[in-house]
Design a protein. Sequence first.
Length: 268
Amino acid sequence: MAGIFRDDLLKGRTAFVTGGGSGIGLHMAERFAAHGATVVLAGRRREKLDEAAAGIRAAGGAAHGVALDVRDYSAVEAALRDTHTRFGELDILLCAAAGNFPAPVTGMSANGFKAVVDIDLLGTFHACRAAYPWLRKPGACVLNISAGQATIPMALQAHVCAAKAGVEMLTRTLAIEWGPEGIRANCITPGATDDTEGMRRLAPADADRAAVVGRIPLGRMGTRDELADLALFLCSGAAAYITGAVFVCDGGLSLGGSGLPLTFVRPS
Ligand code: COA
């Protein structure tokens, strides 16, 4: 069993995962399923979802795919209603659907900016809003995936910076509004994570990767397993009193430090 926890933390729970067909969303869903949750994977491409769900089932978990675009509120609402009909109460909503492309502001059309904001921010709102009727009970939780761009301005990432800043504030607002019903809402902010679409897009060459790693105090990129462990913790009863929190899991990258090269302080 992968991970550092015992294997029944989410036994009997149902989780709906946007962006669940691949990447960090799928990795977290796999971890949820390995700990007893039934997972519903939502994403745009039917083939990827079928393959992902079959992989979880082959490993002994319970998983189903639903093809939708998070930008389409009606589709998201229908999928969540169907999830409730087929699998009962919804316990966990993980919003991991995201879009990105590197471009300067003058190199992206209004529609390009909108595409990313609509997937990342509006899509997260859609899933949270549509999940609410099925989530509203003590013990339920929302987990949204942010990015370092939410707080650190980054060239070529205006759309993601704007969208993810919104995701973090949306999460905190949900924690206030839904806390009285017992619903928790938290956020994970990954840093540079190995084997992700984001790193393939933002640091495609070895030299790009080396430059990123050179700025990480812990001296390496993060892993999808480390993010999945954090997601599992936050969605389990072990985190019952944590809400409205943004957990940065980036090896210290976002600390920035003095700007001096870390080669000065690394052990030789
Ligand atoms: N540079 C500038 N503009 C770009 C671009 C790029 N590299 N890639 C897309 N765009 C623009 C398009 O030109 C279009 O604008 P236009 O209509 O004015 O021409 C707009 O973005 C939407 O593009 P489209 O391909 O129709 O959107 P989509 O909904 O199919 O795709 C994206 C959404 C653009 C976010 C796409 O990158 C995507 O699907 N990403 C999903 C996977 C992903 O990004 N994962 C990484 C997560 S960190």
